[in-house]
Design a binder for this molecule. Structure first.
Ligand SMILES: Nc1ncnc2c1ncn2[C@@H]1O[C@H](COP(=O)(O)OP(=O)(O)OP(=O)(O)O)[C@@H](O)[C@H]1O
Length: 638
């Protein structure tokens, strides 16, 4: 007989279960009482082994409430967690401490928020069921690393983005139907085993697996007009972060200026937009009730069995044009213009963010020039409510190739990206050639500053562990962007890696270069990051050119040398050079070798030979794991 339990002696698993119940069981369906020390092992749904909870299965218990953080996740011996078919609401908490979990079944509830990224840390997972909830956001790309996964059920949520390239050999149950997934389903051997039923009711999915041709997503990806003469170089080379430049005109020494895009421009823009909106409303008023027919015809078009003849985007665009009837085209344009009427001239907040400031407040903000980049000028703006934001004012000439509709559509998609290693885009604005993108301000500067800034020319490169951490952060951010198969960063470089509040590395300026005429964005500071195949101005960047730029960035990190100073080296000589630039002790040799190898494969001349970003991420994480294992072992023996 165990003595009666007092609160302070409660076993920790009992505390976890009781704190879960306190929030998840508003109707008191679970009769949990603790009179004796191990009573909790007899509670409904609980199964223990050696006094620790290993199974917690509460299926169809009518639970109403939330799944509070730091409750069940303390049950670190848990193998099976099922809360299937209850009425739990709110977000799914961070599950990463449940490292022993094999089955996670949270389907048929009303969970909301994004699909939890923490699931990718659950390496032993074989069954994952999050189906029939209200989950939003992307399917975490690293889910591809769960190599024991046997069953993956994500159907009937509101997930968007693309289907990750799942290729786990054990995967035999897969259902992602009834979501908002988009793009081509990757043709991996594993995914090819599944048929349409695994993917149905995602109107924007396409690809061989579901027998539906993919059409081009937007005009951005059409080849730029190769015959147009290159534009004169604008303000470019001085833009490497540490130099604070003064605005172009009028010349001024004042650090703080009223935003160049000040009230007067803003006001003029607003008035002209309102006028434009008024005219468009009059023009379209009589045609408004054709909207339903239009949506139907767009869907019909998506379902048309048009064969995809080539992966060349320009050609895909053409064949799409051929199959579209004239009527459809007019209708598509009409929808776009109706959307534009609503958005033009107003600040559009992204990803459902609440409107914490107005356009007028932004225009009134005091601003400091941070620098001029390849596609625009960047300001730090302090709003009257003391909120600090970064405003990127895009160069109207350089982005003139992108129509207002295309800009709007693109920013809607890019502004929705949320990842700890991306600087979030909070809002955007366009009217009459004026285009602004508003980001969070990052007070800790850029990676460029960290590597080259205040350090003297003879300063040592960053410590090996910092290099690894930054490389992993950047790779995470890039792999996330590439998850949406049509998105690429397009401008990976050290001044576009900013340091967040915890000094985590965050990519910025992502997916903007595609808006600009590539012949107008030549910049000597950027040239060294450019993959060989994109150096001709007519060639668009691709995910593989991002991988190349990542390789260059990794070398910059390891050597402390700006890419313009990198010699051309064959892979075997690369390590020699990296080693020569550093003064590590012998212990670092092996680690350095592994990271240099990643840099080498990323910067291979042939894009086909470069790995995909998720593979690069995996390599870096494997290096990290092996280093940790090595360090643990040496601690054990010393
Ligand atoms: N959100 C931000 N918070 C703090 N600093 C930023 C932010 N965004 C950009 N910067 C800094 O502002 C400076 C100018 O940025 P900008 O993007 O205009 O130029 P760039 O990065 O040199 O070139 P590019 O346009 O090719 O990216 C850079 O030093 C950059 O590190």
């Amino acid at each position: 007989q165990f003595p009666p339990i007092t609160n302070s002696l409660l076993p920790s698993d009992a505390v976890s279960l009781l704190s879960f119940k306190s929030k998840a069981d508003s109707d008191n369906k679970l009769l949990y009482a603790l009179n004796e020390r191990f009573d909790y092992c007899q509670w409904q749904g609980v199964k223990c082994s050696q006094g620790r909870v290993v199974r917690f299965v509460l299926q169809s218990f009518g639970l109403r409430g939330t799944f509070p953080p730091n409750t069940l996740t303390r049950l670190d011996q848990l193998r099976v967690l099922s809360l299937h078919n209850n009425s739990l609401t709110g977000p799914i908490p961070d599950l990463s401490p449940l490292v022993n979990l094999k089955s996670l079944i949270l389907g048929h509830n009303s969970f909301s928020g994004t699909c939890p990224v923490s699931i990718v840390a659950l390496h032993r997972l074989t069954i994952l069921d999050l189906s029939y909830n209200g989950l939003t956001g992307l399917i975490p790309v690293n889910i591809t690393g769960l190599d024991r996964l046997y069953s993956l059920k994500l159907e009937s949520n509101r997930l968007n983005g693309t289907v990750p390239p799942l290729n786990q050999s054990f995967l035999v149950v897969l259902n992602v139907s009834s979501n908002n997934l988009t793009g081509r389903i990757p043709l991996t051997p594993t995914l090819s085993r599944f048929d349409t039923s695994s993917f149905q009711l995602n109107p924007n999915l396409c690809g061989e697996i579901i027998n539906k041709a993919c059409s081009s997503h937007s005009p951005f990806f059409e080849s730029p007009n190769a015959t147009s003469p290159p534009r004169p170089l604008g303000q470019n080379a001085e833009s490497q972060g540490i130099v604070v430049l003064s605005p172009p005109s009028p010349p001024s020494n004042h650090k703080k200026t009223g935003l160049i895009l000040g009230l007067s421009i803003g006001f003029a823009v607003l008035v002209s937009s309102l006028l434009c909106i008024f005219l468009m409303i009059r023009k379209n008023g009589s045609e408004r009730n054709s909207k339903e027919t239009t949506t139907a015809s767009i869907n019909d078009e998506n379902n048309s069995p048009e064969p995809e003849t080539s992966r060349n985007v320009g050609q895909v665009g053409e064949s799409k044009f051929q199959v579209e009837t004239k009527v459809n085209k007019v209708q598509v344009e009409e929808i776009a213009s109706q959307r534009m009427m609503k958005k033009s001239g107003s600040l559009v907040f992204c990803a459902g963010e609440s409107e914490v400031y107005s356009l007028e407040q932004l225009m009134r903000a005091s601003a400091e020039l941070l620098g001029r980049g390849t596609v625009g000028t960047t300001y730090k703006a302090v709003l009257d409510n003391q909120l600090i934001v970064t405003v990127k004012r895009l160069d109207a000439n350089k982005t003139a190739i992108t129509s207002p509709e295309a800009f709007d559509q693109h920013m809607d998609a890019v502004g929705g990206l949320r990842h700890p290693n991306l600087v979030p885009i909070r809002a955007y604005f366009q009217a009459k050639g004026e285009r602004l993108v508003i980001y969070d301000y990052q007070p800790n500067g850029s990676l460029f500053n960290l590597i080259h800034g205040s350090r003297s020319a003879r300063a040592k490169p960053l410590h090996w562990t910092s290099c690894l951490k930054i490389a992993e952060d950047v790779a995470q951010g890039l792999a996330y962007i590439h998850q949406a198969s049509w998105l690429i960063h397009g401008n990976v470089k050290s001044s576009n890696v900013l340091l967040g509040a915890d000094f985590e590395a965050c990519l910025t300026d992502y997916c903007l270069s595609v808006l600009a005429d590539s012949s107008s964005v030549e910049d000597p500071d950027t040239a060294a990051y450019k993959a060989p195949e994109t150096r001709k101005s007519s060639r668009r960047a691709t995910s593989k050119s991002d991988v190349y730029a990542f390789g260059v960035l990794l070398l910059e990190l390891l050597t402390g040398k700006h890419p313009s100073q990198h010699p051309y080296l064959a892979p075997p000589d690369m390590l020699e050079w990296v080693r020569a630039m550093r003064e590590d002790d012998g212990r670092e040799e092996n680690r350095l070798g592994m990271l240099s190898e990643v840099a080498s494969v990323c910067s291979l001349t042939s894009p086909e030979q470069r790995p995909a970003m998720w593979q690069v991420l995996k390599m870096i994480q494997e290096i990290k794991e092996s280093v940790m294992a090595e360090d643990n072992a040496s601690f054990g023996y010393s």
